[in-house]
Ligand binder design. Structure first.
Ligand SMILES: [Zn+2]
Length: 238
């Protein structure tokens, strides 16, 4: 009973972290949560993959709707299914770096953080990806050392302004509602095709798959277009 209470408390804390931490100050470089534009464009981002078969199911939905997205992948998962990197970029999507092990990168040494970033970059490039690789920290947590390192690499930290809560598996309709309530021009939408906190792949993301289909249809009906993170940043009026 006591342990369950502690675990629940911890999970609630982590969940609220998503709301608070992306807004936390940083002393170096720039985090992008949304871009300033009047154009009705948004970027769908999928974190914590690759995670078959859910990543492939999301790719199929994106293809059906002719939509391009950005996948922030975890190095340790890429290592288990490297073919997914090629599949994602060959279908015209962008690949981002979401660290190697998905361990929180605050209070870590520069050496540790650099290794988490560079090992993942290296593997993505070894698998033939040619585009620019943007970075998103595990759980969006940044603080001082990580922004300083990203700044030295001339790299923005890509966050999000629309949280879908899909990692809590609240049901596809709830995920859709969370996104539609918050979305605006220039938004970066956070969804998950995988789970970075496990050492195996296969976390059920079927709710995200269903929700992605509905979100695209509803946003298209509202006149929104979909772009990758690179394309979104090119439209930044700031
Ligand atoms: Zn993550």
């Amino acid at each position: 009973m006591g342990l369950n209470f502690l675990i629940s408390g911890f999970l609630i804390l982590i969940s609220f972290g998503y709301l608070i931490i992306p807004n936390s100050p940083q002393f170096y470089g720039k985090s992008i949560r949304r871009i300033n534009t009047k154009e009705k464009i948004v970027a769908l981002t999928f974190d914590d993959g690759p995670n078959p078969p859910y990543t492939e199911q999301i790719l199929d939905i994106l293809k059906q709707h002719n939509v391009k997205a950005t996948f922030f992948m975890v190095g340790k998962h890429i290592e288990k299914c490297p073919y997914m990197v090629k599949k994602v970029y060959q279908e015209g999507h962008e690949i981002g770096n979401h660290s190697w092990s998905h361990k929180v990168l605050i209070c870590r040494s520069s050496k540790y953080i650099r290794k988490e970033i560079e090992q993942t970059d290296k593997l993505i490039y070894q698998l033939g990806y040619k585009g620019k690789i943007y970075f998103r920290a595990p759980k969006g947590l940044k603080f001082v050392n990580l922004p300083r390192i990203l700044n030295s690499q001339n790299r923005h930290h890509i966050l999000f302004d629309v949280i879908s809560w899909d990692w809590c598996c609240p049901g596809a309709n709830k995920i859709v509602r969370c996104v539609l309530k918050k979305v605006k021009s220039g938004s970066i939408i956070l969804l998950h095709d995988g789970n970075g906190d496990v050492n195996f792949i296969g976390t059920d993301r079927s709710q995200t798959v269903i929700a992605t289909d509905i979100i695209i249809q509803k946003l298209k009906a509202r006149g929104y277009g979909f772009v990758t993170i690179s394309e979104l940043i090119q439209n930044n009026a700031n």
